[in-house]
Design a binder for this molecule. Structure first.
Ligand SMILES: C[S@@+](CC[C@H](N)C(=O)[O-])C[C@H]1O[C@@H](n2cnc3c(N)ncnc32)[C@H](O)[C@@H]1O
Length: 130
């Protein structure tokens, strides 16, 4: 199990888990290992208070996570990504539909009423070169 984050969460992890301090935009997919059967992105931008700018940064993070997932997922694998709902939401969903058999949108029950966070779930990864 591998996690990446801009900052060290300072957690004690079991032997099979590792967290690397890394910017997802700079991560070399080849260095991440794999193949993995699931990629989860809980990445979110630091909010600026400008809702559309924050939504766009969230969309960029989802697309970057998807790029990494395409490089490291095994066929049939899954992908879950948090996204701030906004103008680019449908573009993110369309990008996932290109490479997953099923794409679902989930708003967990625990989400605060005022939050505009959603999770996109992709099941059944279909590598484009297959
Ligand atoms: C909502 S927090 C979730 C963190 C963790 N999943 C948790 O529950 O504690 C969003 C995280 O996204 C990370 N993040 C934002 N931009 C990133 C990037 N470009 N590369 C890697 N991590 C990023 C932040 O550092 C932050 O820790």
């Amino acid at each position: 199990m591998l996690g990446i984050d801009l900052s060290d969460p300072g957690l004690t992890l079991p032997a099979h888990a590792e967290i690397r301090v890394l910017d997802a935009f700079e991560a070399d997919p080849q260095s991440l290992g794999g193949p993995f059967d699931l990629v989860i992105s809980d990445m979110a931008p630091k909010t600026s208070g400008q809702r559309h700018a924050d939504q766009f940064r969230s969309y960029e993070l989802v697309i970057r996570a998807l790029e990494l997932a395409k490089a490291v997922l095994e066929p049939g694998g899954g992908f879950v990504a948090k996204i701030f709902q906004g103008a680019e939401f449908e573009d993110a969903r369309s990008a996932m539909r290109e490479v997953f058999s099923k794409v679902r949108t989930i708003r967990p029950n625990a989400t605060r009423d005022e939050s505009y966070e959603l999770f996109l779930v992709g099941l059944g990864f279909k590598p484009l070169n297959c």
